[in-house]
Design a protein. Structure first.
Length: 335
């Protein structure tokens, strides 16, 4: 489980779970998987993160309230004995499912009737009281009925499999002409409400997760420009490779190449002159190197540019968080 942090001003709890995408992005600089990202005390003091905590809290309370409604809502009696006429055509009827209610179906001679059960239901048993006067044909979640001439009243019992649970339906079948029925469709209000609540909860959770991910990513991206910047760099070599800006904040070196310029390969130069290729990532016009070096060497083909850091090496980031940011902190789970 995630270890929450508590803001001293409001007491609200804000948790930033470990994001797998960051592992791919930051490579070996991250700790092993059994860690999580949480907001530091200094980060929690910002208005932005207090707002994020409040949004998250409201979404959690909303989801919990929805779950309680779904679990403990009383089962109302929705079923009608006679299916309701449809809005467009009265011969197509609708009825709410209730296992304790008998549904009346009135057929007409030489007219078939379609009874449609819930999506995904499968008819397992259909018991017809009078198989001489009535014809029946179950297909999937639909039953087709057809009365014969002078068909006497009878009953029909249908058992279905609804997602592994049985449902039982009871019908009273009669023959007449006053209320012709061509189709009867069952509806399940309680389940439809539960599904709507679940879909809302999933949408809210996805929205909260996206917000949390975006803000965490933004905090990590912002870390490259945090703190006092050192601009004391000199260059020597081919100016075609020269960035328009070079600076560092004691932990990241940032070089600017505007206009989508062709980027060179970047090497760190050791005291003995050996070169080691430096991994970097590109963020719009900026090349971000995840370290600060005394000397860098940029190469493209046969052209070379040497970059010298003339300032004393430093690292004045007081909070060591285990991430690239002072706002997002990595902690060992369970501590």
């Amino acid at each position: 489980m995630n270890e929450p942090s508590t803001t001293p001003e409001t007491g609200e709890r804000v948790v930033v779970p470990f994001l797998p995408a960051l592992r791919k992005k930051l490579g070996n600089k991250l700790s092993p998987p059994a860690t999580e990202l949480v907001v530091t005390d200094s980060g929690l003091k910002s208005r932005v993160w207090r707002g994020v905590g409040a949004i998250w809290k409201r979404l959690v309370l909303f989801s919990a309230a929805g779950a309680i409604t779904t679990t403990f809502a009383p089962h109302p009696a929705y079923a009608s004995e006679v299916p309701r006429p449809g809005y467009k055509d009265s011969r197509v009827r609708n009825v709410n499912y209730d296992p304790d209610q008998v549904v009346s179906i009135q057929g007409s001679f030489r007219h078939a009737i379609e009874i449609q059960f819930g999506p995904g239901e499968t008819i397992t048993q259909a018991a017809l009281g009078d198989t001489i006067s009535w014809q029946i044909a179950p297909v999937g979640n639909i039953i087709f009925l057809k009365p014969r001439e002078k068909a006497a009243p009878t009953n029909l019992i249908v058992v279905t499999n609804a997602g592994g649970s049985p449902r039982t339906y009871h019908f009273n079948l009669t023959l007449g002409t006053a209320e012709t029925m061509y189709g009867v469709r069952f509806h399940y209000p309680q389940e439809e409400r539960a599904l709507a609540i679940l879909q809302t909860q999933l949408a809210q959770a996805a929205e909260a997760k996206t917000l949390e991910t975006n803000i965490t990513a933004s905090a990590l991206d912002h870390a490259v420009i945090e703190g006092t910047r050192n601009m004391n760099y000199t260059v020597q070599g081919d100016s075609a490779l020269q960035p328009t800006e070079i600076s560092d904040n004691g932990e990241f070196t940032v070089m600017r190449y505007p206009g989508h310029a062709d980027l060179p390969s970047i090497f760190a130069v050791d005291v003995d002159g050996t070169e080691t290729i430096v991994p970097y990532d590109v963020r719009e016009d900026f090349v971000v190197v995840h370290a600060v070096y005394r000397q860098l060497r940029l190469r493209r083909g046969t052209t070379v540019l040497c970059v010298y850091n003339e300032a004393p090496l430093r690292n004045d980031r007081g909070d060591r968080t285990g991430t690239v940011s002072n706002v997002v902190q990595r902690k060992v789970k369970g501590q």
